[in-house]
Design a protein. Sequence first.
Length: 763
Amino acid sequence: WRAIERANGAERQRVRNATLRPRISLWTELGSRNLAGRMHAAALSASEDSLYGGSSRGGVWKASLNGEGWRPLGDNLFGGSHGIAVAQGPPEIVTSITDDGLLHYTDDGGETWLVPAGPEPDLDRCKRVFSDRGTPNRVYLLARKDVTSSKLWRSDDGGRTYTRIARLGPNPGDIWIDRVFGGSLYLLSGNRLLRTDDAGATWDTLGLLPAASPANVVLAGSEAGAPALYAAAEESGGWKLYRSSDGGWTWTYRHDIHDFWETLCASIVDPNLVLFAGVEMWRSADGGGAFAKVNNWWDYYGDPLNKLHADFPGTDCVWGPSGEIFYISTDGGLYRSDDGVARVTNISLEYLGVSQYYSTLTSANDPSLILGGSQDQGYQRSVGEAIGTWRDFDQLWSGDYGHLTSTDGSHNRVYSVYPGFFLIQKGETNPVLTSIDFPAGESYSWMPFILADPEDSLAFFFCARRLHRYRVGTHGWSSTVSAQDFTVHGGAYLTALGISPVDTQRRIAVTNSGVVWYSTDGGAAWSVSPDNGPSAHYFYGTAVAFSPAEESVAFLGGSGYSGPAVYRTEDGGISWEPSSDGLPSTLVYGLAFESPDGGPLYAACEAGPYRRDPATGIWEAIGGAEAPLTTYWCVEAVPAASVMRFGTYGRGIWDYDTGVQSAVASAEHGARAASALATFPNPFNAAATIRFHLKESGAFTLAIYDAAGRRVRLLASESRAAGEHEIVWDGRNDRGMGAASGVYTARLEHAGRAWTRRMVLAR
């Protein structure tokens, strides 16, 4: 599947490179603005006045050395960035690698990302890339085609083309070079250390590690000393740390490494300062003889500015204008330290938009109130007036959360899962969180599927080998278990449940292997379909979407690597037909209809966001040239804001505007929008008519906001009778001045609810 998605990503990247950016974007980024996700690497610009950061599926970012002004350079880059090298140029060339073998460079500031010539296509792994600070435009790359063929490559044109300079064969390897002056390159191949002083033309063999046949190795060094070198070697399933104080000629054992994600880094100025990290970071000031934890992972939640987040994919020590700087990559963003990691500062608390979301849930009462379940940034909540722009999120509970669900779409009672327990939110305005452990002795996926009971806001269903129903009252909880064993026809457990909003007695359940069950009596009795659907994602499950208008129509989404990714039923789940025309071979994580009346169906996929035309039944990619190239994990409809809200795994939450095109189409046909708020024409030049419906008589407020969430014009704040109304906005602000061209939001507040509609002013 990785090879399939690599091909999908390459094609999307090719299209993006050849596509002009549209004047009007249908996509808006929501955030999180303040809670970053997994970072992997950092590197300085050639001029040493800027910082590049590499993220997990969130691309390459650039900012000041202190993390000010983060901006994405990698929204056109598929696969994220796990290692970065910067060549001097001109122009400055940035190379990005991923652990699973993707290799790209940009020489135009991220507008396009290209594959260099030289290394074989379809690499299995790119382990290390860095530039030679002593030779402009020289870059070294360590990569492998498969476990028997690792090779070392050199580029002398900034990373555009490479020449092979060494073969490692089946030996594990790593490389290191002086991070201040460049020059000699060190190569650890198995337990043998080599050095070249002529860019790989000839090699000298230095010393041997006291590890006979290591399964894996990691090399680091300190420029202070001869240099002082450190090597971690995996032996018999465990890691050991070795040190050489004479430039690699002799090695001594220093320490067993018990918590290691192949993150090893030494100081430039202090030969005795070395760090290793996995779930937590460990620091030694005596050359690896003894280590102390930098901080406990839970300390972060009390002081996110000055305490490290858990999980460390990488750490880089660089030589900046003021000397040595450590940049520490975590699952909660990027940190800087100027004193050898005695103290750290989180430099990713503003505008580093690389959060990883499994699920979002927007309140049906107010589209500006959003909950998010994320990977390692916890259960989150955002509330505010900033519609259509980046938002701050508060982390209410740490960990990994998915499958956010509620009975009526509000946040009065919300259910979600962490791997091991259910999280229950009570209260929309002042939420209170409680948890219930998963049942003992059951089988279920790592992040099992749950669904709120559509007929009882105090209850939810839990998918396991059997179907559980939990009811959480004021004084405790109770659970009942279905009699049906859903594994008798194949599969280990249920991975999804769907209930028709038209007839709640109609239900569909599917197992991890794609066996489909259906019920017409509210789950009292279940029958198995003769047709299989798609199999499930290995830890998150399958997607189910019942039509909101037709009780017997539903869709299943899942793995499309060996068959169709989406299936459709018209008889309530008895029979199924493929419905994947237009979709690539990909994995579907989420499905959602556009409106309570049905309309187009949207899919959040490993290969990006897609929309199914209800007239033709064909799926179309909707990412265009605007949305980032990453994994789209979830999708929900927010009719009050006229958007489909997507959660991505690496680039935060994004809104796709369904209102601009539909409003234009309605205006062309003289029709009124079915929602409570509509604007015509859209885009507009001189004036726009805003139509809205008041369900009951009473007070309302109608205002215009800019893309930053600032109020531009208060159009009305008064009382009117129930029914249809119109107000014209002449494109001026509250001071009577003409507003600039751009995207604005009309917001209607009435009877305790809010509706928004995006509108485009084109002067």
